[in-house]
Design a protein around this ligand. Structure first.
Ligand code: IMP
Ligand code: MG
Length: 179
């Protein structure tokens, strides 16, 4: 599997440092307020697991699964709710945890939906941000790292459901896409 990579963009140490930094900032911002962290399946699971270890406030977790990609490398712009939250979010402080913000289509529809349920506050933390690809009017309050417009895999991020188990993040060799 590791032979399929062209280049490593974020090492395990880079990711660890990002989680520590973001966790510290989020801890300071929420200042002891209870928090509901909403992970967007499936890409955010590794990041969520590592990040919340560094958030020092009472928090609970929930998950949503949406689909916009259909296995390729280009977003179709359509978002389908595959799994909704299992808890009420009314009057709660919500932190959405996402792997990567690209066109923003996914997060725009999720935030619109969650805001309509009467949350107290809603913010987004994303490990990666590809600002050059943005189409929807949306930004994350907390960003781990801005990256150029390249398709990346690893640490939860997939290509055709594979590579999520890599402990770091990288780009794939061009021949992998032409297979
Ligand atoms: P958006 O709706 O275009 O912002 O896309 C967000 C979703 O697309 C992310 O949650 C990922 O699941 C997926 N995605 C976007 N860019 C990449 C990438 O470079 N590698 C893997 N998945 C990606
Ligand atoms: Mg995702």
């Amino acid at each position: 599997m590791k032979d399929d990579l062209k280049e490593i963009l974020l090492t395990e140490a880079d990711i660890k440092a990002i989680c520590e930094d973001l966790g510290k900032t989020i801890t300071e911002d929420y200042n002891g307020k209870p928090l509901l962290c909403v992970g967007i399946l499936k890409g955010s699971v590794m990041f969520m697991a590592d990040l919340i270890k560094h958030i020092d406030t009472h928090l609970s977790i929930d998950f949503m699964d949406v689909s916009s990609y259909h296995g390729g490398t280009e977003s179709t712009g359509e978002v389908q709710i595959l799994k909704d939250l299992s808890t009420s979010i009314e009057n709660k402080d919500i932190l959405i945890i996402e792997d990567i913000l690209e066109t923003g289509t996914t997060l725009k529809s999720i935030t619109n939906l969650l805001k309509s349920r009467g949350v107290n506050s809603l913010e987004i933390v994303t490990l990666l941000d590809k600002p050059n690809r943005r189409k929807a009017n949306i930004e994350a309050k907390y960003v781990g790292k801005k990256i150029p417009d390249e398709f990346v895999v690893g640490y939860g991020l997939d290509y055709g459901e594979l590579y999520r188990n890599l402990p770091y993040i990288g780009t794939l060799k061009p021949e992998i896409y032409s297979k």
